[in-house]
Design a protein around this ligand. Structure first.
Ligand code: PEP
Length: 250
């Protein structure tokens, strides 16, 4: 049985005061009979304060990216060691915005995944196709390349600390959501890619989240699908009420 995860990616939003106000609201309204794991991913500069505020709560904290070295002359970079020290328990890697704006490649995604695991952080590997790729019938090769290269060199045991997020790029921040059926098909496809790369046990256990304009009004349909093990939520995770509604639909 895979425990669902609802993760909020705050992206480059929130000052320290805003971040603390948001987590205080989340803590206040979080259902007591929580059926899912809840993770928030605040910007680096607020992460430590957010993690402190969440001490003793069941909400976990994730970084939004990391650099693969632990320390050294890498101006502007943040390492897994630093994220762990600041209170993170997971980290998002390979988000489509990093692939697009910071020219992230599958090889660097893979190095970051190894670095995250080395620092005892769970890694949330993001994969997904652009609209052009989908329309050109490239969904399978694109996602297969991202999964296979992203997870290269991992052991079955490492896979216990990997979460995959299927995020079709055309659905991120656009208000266009994949239908439940489109998302379920993609998740099934990803599970079989993982099975080919590892084995059936690993594939059965890995949690695959859907991301792309998840809102309170579409979360239930998506989360009801058997291969959708939760959601990675961008915009709607910045509003405590919306995020709580999504958590409740799980
Ligand atoms: C995301 O950034 O991971 C995301 C899914 O964003 P949104 O929910 O805003 O589409």
């Amino acid at each position: 049985m895979r425990k669902p995860i609802i993760a909020g990616n705050w992206k480059m939003n929130s000052t320290i005061a805003e971040a603390l106000a948001l987590v205080k609201d989340l803590k206040k309204d979080l259902p007591s009979n929580l059926k899912s794991e809840v993770i928030v991913s605040p910007p680096y500069l607020t992460l430590h304060e957010v993690a402190n505020e969440l001490t003793g709560s069941s909400i976990r904290v994730a970084g939004q990216d990391l650099f693969w070295e632990e320390k050294g002359a890498f101006t502007g970079a943040v390492s897994g060691l630093m994220l762990k020290d600041a209170g993170a328990d997971a980290v998002i890697i390979g988000h489509s915005e990093c692939r697009e704006y910071f020219h992230e490649k599958d090889e660097t995604v893979n190095k970051k995944i190894h670095a995250a695991l080395h620092c005892k952080l769970r890694a949330i590997l993001c994969v997904g196709e652009t609209l052009e790729e989908r329309e050109a019938g490239q969904l399978l090769p694109v996602v297969e390349r991202q999964v296979t290269k992203g997870l290269k060199g991992l052991t079955d045991a490492d896979m216990q600390n990997i979460i995959i997020a299927y995020e079709p790029v055309w659905a991120i921040g656009t208000g266009k959501t994949a239908t439940g059926e489109q998302a379920e098909n993609a998740h099934l496809m990803i599970r079989s890619i993982v099975e080919r790369q590892f084995n059936q046990d690993v594939a059965d256990k890995v949690r695959i989240l859907y991301g792309g304009s998840v809102k309170p009004n579409n979360a239930a349909e998506l989360l009801a699908k058997p291969n959708i093990d939760g959601a990675l939520v961008g915009g709607a995770s910045l509003k405590a009420n919306d995020f709580i509604e999504i958590i409740k639909s799980c």
